[in-house]
Design a protein around this ligand. Structure first.
Ligand code: ZN
Ligand code: ZN
Length: 281
């Protein structure tokens, strides 16, 4: 029983941590910088913790940037406003995600810039033989340690861990909870201490200040992943954390100085707008 509980909660928490830390805050938003070595380390850890249901970082980043750009409108890739059935929402999200992950559809350039990619690992992760190895591992663990066959009912959660976390955040975070900011979308903060998805359920705060590394915005709110990010920053693993309450759009960190300079004229009006909004009145 103890082994199963440790396995279940360990898989849940490690998988959702790397989703929020690596895929979301780093890959999609670039709220901080990582050296090449740390980027690869966290990319690998994301794969090892999400296993069979690993979310391809490129597909995740593109879909997520579109979600911010079109939040709760018809062009949002996943909104409970337009698809109130959570299972249908998950299924449709999967199709859109596959299109971008496998380069079947090319998105607008602004959604695809500087997404983390590791071609060998990303390809291996999407192969069925590797998925079957992961499914056999989860199942085998339950066969050995489950005190009764009733526990097998938990197995589908292991098989679909990554998409389950995504669905909880995208559904509950845009339906249930309170609002701190009157945003144009219907995003909400579901829990003041988000121990379920480690900070992801502060959707209303996050849509208001999408570049803030801390998803908590008020004194009583706790974002557990931000505490870990602070620790990583103190250890020098994470560098150049973007400031709290930084808004989106932003000047993205691009891999080369030349690309960054070339992108500047297009980004300048946005940058001026952001600075104007943040100026003390
Ligand atoms: Zn959202
Ligand atoms: Zn986001």
């Amino acid at each position: 029983m103890t082994a199963i509980l440790i396995f279940f909660f360990g898989h849940w928490l490690s998988s959702v941590f790397f989703q929020t830390f690596y895929l979301h805050r780093y890959g999609a938003h670039r709220q901080f910088e990582l050296s090449r070595g740390w980027e690869r380390t966290f990319h690998l850890l994301t794969y090892l913790t999400q296993g069979a249901s690993y979310l391809h970082p490129r597909g995740y980043a593109i879909l997520h940037r579109m979600h911010h750009a079109y939040s709760d409108t018809e062009r949002d890739p996943h909104s409970p406003v337009f698809e109130p059935n959570i299972f249908k929402m998950m299924w449709e999200t999967k199709h859109r995600y596959d299109d971008f992950a496998y380069h079947r559809v090319e998105p607008e350039a602004r959604f695809a810039a500087a997404t983390p990619e590791w071609p060998f690992l990303d390809k291996l992760s999407q192969s069925w033989p590797m998925r079957i190895v992961w499914l056999a591992f989860y199942t085998g663990f339950y066969v050995v340690f489950a005190p009764s066959p009733w526990f097998y009912l938990l197995l589908p959660a292991h098989y679909l861990m990554g998409p389950i976390h995504g669905a909880i955040v995208n559904y509950a975070g845009h339906r249930f909870g309170y609002r701190n900011y009157a945003s144009a979308d219907v995003s909400r903060n579901t829990l003041p201490f988000d121990f379920v998805t480690l900070g992801e359920l502060f959707q209303n705060n996050h849509h208001e200040f999408a570049m803030s590394p801390n998803f908590a915005a008020r004194r009583f709110e706790v974002d557990p992943s931000y505490l870990v990010i602070r620790l990583f920053a103190a250890l020098g693993i994470v560098k150049n954390l973007s400031p709290q309450r930084a808004r989106y759009p932003h000047v993205p960190h691009t891999p080369s100085v030349r690309a960054e300079v070339a992108a500047m004229p297009a980004l300048l009006p946005d940058a001026v707008e952001v600075l104007a909004e943040q100026a003390p009145s």
